[in-house]
Design a binder for this molecule. Structure first.
Ligand SMILES: Cc1ncc(COP(=O)(O)O)c(C=O)c1O
Length: 400
């Protein structure tokens, strides 16, 4: 039996909606993207949402709309995917990586506190595996404590009046913590709709901002307009507006970037969003089965659902107690021989060439290294049949 790691869950409905978009005569950013943005904002309970071609673009442009760039520092975790950090490099700011709390995948807030300098403009937290980071309160407290060090360099930074707190919620669309849905906690939150994500548009992402931003006096409409300019060449009219008869003329406000979402992508997203409650429920059931089957094994798993958290159930990360990376790799290989695809989330950033070359040394991230050393991720997706789940469990137990 073949078990892929995370294939997209696409029904005839998505296919029909894409065909409709193709037949409509408008395939790039247009009515479907705007409607998808409206529905995402509604789902997240935010004033607005911006859809772009990836979470990476959303993270990057969220830093830019707040005027973060060269000369600034942005703190994030060593235990994440490169995009959490590469967005900092893309805007020309300096990434500052901190270690995880011992025995967890979560960024250590005390180390964040120690890393703040007069140059710190943002902290990026990661809602890993679909579970909202548990230390946002402390991160906001740090931003408050360190206000004396904060030197705003534009009106928006001045309005916020402190270090901006951002969430890389690539995994966590629809997750909840203490009754708040992801998008309402950090100042800015970015989701991924990449092909392997819970809700996909093939490639894609969304950025939202919470009340902490709007109540500081930052204007949502202007913010939205800036995302639009940044994602479409700095062009004063988007393609749809430009194509209206007689409305050809436009200006370029700055030589910006090109990372807009297309209506074909949004067509997939609109149907996925409609199906999303059912998708989340299916993931929850699969996690329940895995949790039950693994409960007496020498492994540690994440708690996706408890009194505080309702995870989006994105990744089933397992740590094999007392095992080395080599032993874990042997488990991955053995599963592969049985046609089961598993994975590793993540190799800490200081182990990757790009970040080694920037001076990061894994010796300074012993907790992140220990988390990585015995981690493997089992397949978790909504195309899994009960037989496949049983098969994964059996083969995983045998391999272990
Ligand atoms: C934690 C994290 N952040 C950001 C991203 C980037 O998402 P995208 O591919 O939509 O840019 C990913 C993608 O896997 C991720 O896992």
């Amino acid at each position: 039996m073949k078990v892929p790691f995370s294939p997209p869950d696409i029904t005839e409905e998505e296919i029909n909606e894409v065909a409709e978009a193709l037949r409509s005569g408008w395939i790039t950013t247009g009515p479907r993207t705007k409607e998808f943005e409206r529905q995402i904002a509604e789902y997240c309970g935010t004033e607005k949402a911006v859809c772009l071609n990836s979470a990476t673009a959303c993270l990057e442009q969220s830093l830019r709309v707040m005027g973060i760039g060269a000369g600034d520092e942005v703190i994030t975790t060593a235990y994440t995917y490169t995009a959490t950090c590469s967005c900092i490099c893309h805007v020309g700011a300096t990434p500052v990586l901190v270690d995880t709390l011992p025995g967890t995948f979560e960024m250590d807030p005390q180390q964040v506190r120690n890393a703040v300098t007069e140059k710190t403009k943002a902290i990026i937290c990661v809602d890993l595996a679909g579970i909202i980071y548990s230390k946002y309160d402390e991160i906001f407290q740090i931003a408050e404590e360190k206000k004396v060090l904060f030197h705003p360099s534009n009106e928006r930074q001045q309005a916020l009046g402190r270090i901006m707190v951002m969430s890389d919620a690539a995994h966590a669309f629809g997750a909840k913590q203490n009754g708040k849905i992801c998008g309402q906690i950090a100042d800015f939150t970015c989701f991924s709709f990449h092909a392997v994500k819970n809700l996909t548009t093939a490639e894609g992402g969304a950025a939202v901002w919470s009340k902490t931003v709007t109540e500081s006096g930052i204007d949502s409409e202007k913010l939205y307009r800036d995302y639009m300019l940044l994602s479409l060449h700095g062009q004063s009219k988007d393609a749809l507006a430009k194509t209206q008869a007689g409305a050809w003329e436009y200006d370029i406000t700055d030589p910006y970037y090109k990372c807009n979402m297309t209506d074909i992508m949004a067509a997939i997203g609109l149907v996925q969003l409609k199906r999303y409650p059912e998708i989340l429920e299916k993931r929850r059931k699969i996690i329940g089965k895995y949790d039950w089957a693994l409960k007496d094994l020498p492994v540690e798993v994440l708690t996706h659902y408890d009194g505080q958290n309702i995870s989006s159930g994105h990744l089933y990360m397992v740590r094999l107690t007392g095992k080395t990376r080599e032993e874990c790799n042997a488990v991955i290989e053995r599963l592969a021989k049985k046609d089961i695809a598993s994975n590793v989330h993540y190799k800490p950033l200081p182990l990757l060439t790009a970040y080694k070359n920037r001076g990061f040394d894994i010796q300074n991230y012993p907790n992140a290294y220990r988390q990585f050393a015995n981690e493997i991720t089992l397949p978790l997706h909504t195309c899994l049949s009960n037989e496949q789940i049983e098969y994964v469990i059996k083969e995983f137990k045998d391999a272990l």
